[in-house]
Design a protein around this ligand. Structure first.
Ligand code: CA2
Length: 143
């Protein structure tokens, strides 16, 4: 099973600022954890990050063209307003799991709405890095 994991803008800056919100671990720590969990579950992951909306759209196109079995996405701030990412996700005919490190329903007003939740098979929020494990478990359970 091949899963693409897509992380959006500023997630590459984890651990550098706002540790009270996002924790002290950095993006490399997140990638290391994801690789470890994926290996345990015997899932192949392709983990990507971009600060650019168009790159994320193209990652999703690649997931479609290369027949990935699913997508895990944390679109970061694009979650709240990117119809381009929403439209790209609608091209897929495999499950998409939305992950947020924080509980966006309890944060600033502008973060409370996700423009992709209604088209995702599952949304995990507020569980920190472990949210990605829960998303991988979702795909494992499909096997
Ligand atoms: O909770 C999440 O995972 C978010 O997707 C994270 C985004 C935020 O815009 C979303 O509303 C919720 C932010 C990603 C990382 O932002 C940083 C900001 C400062 C320092 C380090 C990371």
């Amino acid at each position: 099973m091949n899963i693409m994991i897509i992380n959006g803008p500023n997630l590459d800056m984890l651990g550098i600022r706002q540790p009270e919100i996002y924790g002290h671990e950095d993006y490399d720590d997140l990638c290391f954890q994801i690789d470890k969990w994926a290996e345990e579950l015997e899932i192949t992951v392709d983990v990507r990050q971009s600060n650019h909306e168009g790159d994320i759209v193209e990652f999703i196109h690649e997931a479609y063209e290369d027949d990935f079995d699913g997508v895990i996405i944390n679109p970061a701030a694009y979650t709240h307003y990117s119809y381009a990412i929403r439209d790209a996700l609608l091209i897929l005919n495999v499950p998409v799991v939305e992950v947020h490190l924080t509980d966006i329903s309890q944060r600033d007003e502008f973060r409370r709405h996700s423009v992709i939740s209604d088209i995702c098979a599952k949304t995990v929020m507020g569980k920190g890095f472990a949210g990605y494990k829960e998303a991988l478990d979702f795909f494992f359970d499909l096997l």
